[in-house]
Design a protein around this ligand. Structure first.
Ligand code: HEC
Ligand code: HEC
Ligand code: HEC
Ligand code: HEC
Ligand code: HEC
Ligand code: HEC
Length: 438
């Protein structure tokens, strides 16, 4: 009896596990779409235009299923096996190699092909304006503002003229019947009419000093708070760059790793801005001519001009000897007396770029996300817990903390407000002046 029930369960479970395979006869476009996205095919391919690799729509008409399986799973091995079409394709693309995807089974590849086959065609061309990714959005029309300003000025003048007319009329009336307009004949100074009775008779010097003090104190406080301590603080600074390079597109949609371009960020103090040759790994091929009616994108032309590169020339002669480097506008910039090191934070501290730079992968134009003031550095050093157990840099502190906690000495300092053990950069000297100042 027992055994039977166990058997029943086993059959049921194995049926459930295999259900997906039963359910699916032919290739599955939905699964294909998932695989296409999960393997980042879209970072080099689009369905309807050439990016780094060819446009993929209709590829099943150009190539057989077996060909596609061999190519997509391991195009290198396939080329080395001597397939003429594969070798020609590779050479046509100037030796830009596609990745190897041996993680995909032949059935997976057919799912992807099914997705490419059945993906809906794009809507009729939206025109370059609709897909523009550059930083050149047009602001709302400024002439409207000017017209409003002029109108305000005209109305102010009309109001002043009307007020004067009214005063003159009043004076004419007062000459006829003075007793109706006593205020025109007392000898109060103009300001005395506006002050409370008690102050109106003060000595004018005392009065002036009092008023100046009342105004000066709060405004100098605000001046101090909001301007002096904020001198050189550039939070939100987002200059227009010489090429409309978009992090939203490259780091976000194309999902290129930050370190592919900012290649020294793990090994040195500085994150470095990539050389234009890094861009050319893709932009030799990606010229976006479909988007610009057959012309090369004007922004990409700037890269070519800066490198003195002529795509029309024969290979070997394309680079001239008159390059003219792009001058990117520097955004983040600590004063010279402060020392900041990227590798310390990214490798030792295991911090994400975004914890300091904000959601860069969503920014069309990079902007400074934090103040970069001393208080900002210190706050984070006080509050960020570190996984010290797996961190050699913290070995000494880790040992000491363990010992203290065992001996029940000094232990309260190791606890965060949540009552859990928490070791912060501050405890390891992260608040010492000399660590951050030369
Ligand atoms: C790093 C860029 C890159 C990635 C990622 C990439 N490809 Fe490619 N692919 C290429 C290039 C470049 C070619 C052109 C041949 C060459 O130079 O190797 C190509 C060629 C192809 C071809 C042949 C097209 C034709 O016209 O015959 C197919 C099919 C293809 N890729 C599918 C895929 C699929 C599916 C994925 C994702 C699993 C993928 N590629 C990911 C760069 C890439
Ligand atoms: C394809 C190359 C590329 C990729 C990928 C890339 N960047 Fe950049 N990054 C640049 C270029 C070029 C600049 C200079 C132009 C600009 O500011 O837009 C730059 C500028 C920056 C700046 C401002 C530098 C300054 O002047 O202070 C920061 C911060 C930054 N990138 C962070 C990131 C982060 C974080 C990622 C990943 C999410 C990333 N970048 C991915 C190329 C890249
Ligand atoms: C890994 C490949 C890759 C790298 C590296 C790369 N790009 Fe791109 N870039 C692309 C692709 C793909 C597009 C086109 C996306 C689309 O519109 O379909 C593009 C689009 C652009 C555009 C928009 C052009 C337009 O007119 O719409 C500019 C500008 C640009 N890239 C500049 C750069 C610069 C500058 C660098 C180097 C710092 C760089 N790219 C590095 C792949 C890359
Ligand atoms: C702990 C905060 C922090 C983290 C994490 C961080 N940065 Fe920075 N980043 C800064 C500061 C501060 C500056 C300004 C440095 C200076 O002016 O000396 C900066 C400057 C930059 C610059 C301008 C060039 C330079 O090196 O000065 C780039 C590019 C950059 N960061 C990219 C990155 C990338 C990519 C990552 C992730 C791999 C990252 N940053 C992680 C704080 C951080
Ligand atoms: C988002 C949190 C964060 C911010 C913001 C931050 N740091 Fe750090 N910092 C860390 C972490 C985590 C460590 C621990 C890694 C380590 O000890 O190397 C660290 C370590 C350091 C160290 C090494 C201290 C030691 O133990 O020897 C220095 C120096 C430093 N930071 C300087 C700065 C400066 C300068 C700034 C501001 C411009 C800054 N940090 C902003 C998180 C941050
Ligand atoms: C975690 C890093 C860090 C530590 C520790 C640190 N500083 Fe700073 N300090 C900075 C940074 C970054 C700036 C630049 C801030 C800016 O540009 O507004 C700065 C600026 C200053 C300034 C210039 C005034 C100002 O606010 O801009 C003085 C003075 C100063 N620090 C003194 C000290 C002294 C004294 C200590 C030790 C008690 C100390 N700092 C510890 C990072 C640090």
């Amino acid at each position: 009896m027992k055994i039977n029930r166990f058997k029943l369960w086993a059959v049921a479970v194995s049926f459930m596990l295999s259900a997906p395979t039963f359910a699916q006869d032919g290739p599955n476009a939905e699964n294909g779409k998932k695989l296409y996205e999960a393997n980042n095919c879209g970072s080099c391919h689009a369905l309807d235009k050439k990016l780094v690799g060819p446009a993929l729509r209709g590829v099943h008409e150009r190539r057989s299923e077996e060909w596609l399986i061999s190519w997509i799973r391991n195009n290198k091995k396939f080329r080395e096996s001597g397939d003429a079409d594969a070798i020609k394709l590779y050479n046509d693309y100037g030796g830009a190699a596609m990745n190897i995807f041996e993680n995909l089974t032949p059935a997976d590849v057919l799912d992807i092909v099914e997705y490419i086959k059945t993906a809906p065609a794009p809507k009729a061309a939206a025109g370059p304006a609709a897909t523009n990714t550059g930083g050149n959005q047009v602001d709302s029309d400024p002439t409207v503002k000017y017209i409003l300003l002029i109108l305000v000025a005209v109305f102010s003048i009309v109001l002043v003229v009307l007020a004067r007319v009214r005063n003159t009329m009043k004076r004419i009336a007062a000459e006829k019947s003075p007793e109706d307009y006593p205020e025109l004949f007392d000898n109060k100074k103009w300001y005395q009419r506006y002050l409370p009775k008690a102050m109106a008779n003060w000595n004018p010097t005392v009065l002036a000093l009092t008023i100046v003090t009342l105004i000066a104190l709060p405004s100098s406080y605000f001046g101090y708070k909001y301007s002096i301590t904020e001198v050189g603080v550039q939070k939100g600074y987002a200059p227009t760059q010489p090429i409309a390079f978009s992090h939203k597109l490259h780091a976000g949609e194309l999902n290129i790793d930050c370190k592919y371009c900012h290649s020294t960020v793990e090994s040195s103090k500085s994150a470095s801005i990539p050389a234009l040759n890094t861009c050319m790994n893709c932009h030799k091929g990606v010229q976006l001519t479909e988007k610009y009616n057959g012309e090369i994108s004007p922004e990409i032309k700037k890269i070519y001009a800066a490198l003195d590169y002529n795509p029309e020339e024969l290979p070997g002669k394309q680079f001239g000897d008159n390059p003219n480097p792009i001058r990117w506008v520097r955004i983040h910039n600590l004063p010279d007396h402060a020392y900041f090191n990227h590798s310390q934070h990214v490798v030792v501290g295991k911090l994400q770029c975004q914890s300091c730079h904000g959601p860069i992968e969503k920014m069309e134009k990079v902007q400074q996300w934090n103040t970069l003031q001393m208080g900002w550095c210190i706050d984070c050093h006080r509050n960020t817990g570190i996984d010290v157990a797996n961190n050699n840099y913290y070995a000494a502190l880790h040992d000491k903390a363990n010992k203290d906690l065992k001996a029940n000495e000094n232990h309260s300092m190791y606890f965060g407000p949540e009552g859990k053990v928490k070791i912060t950069p501050a405890m390891n000297g992260g608040l010492e002046c000399a660590k951050c100042h030369y």
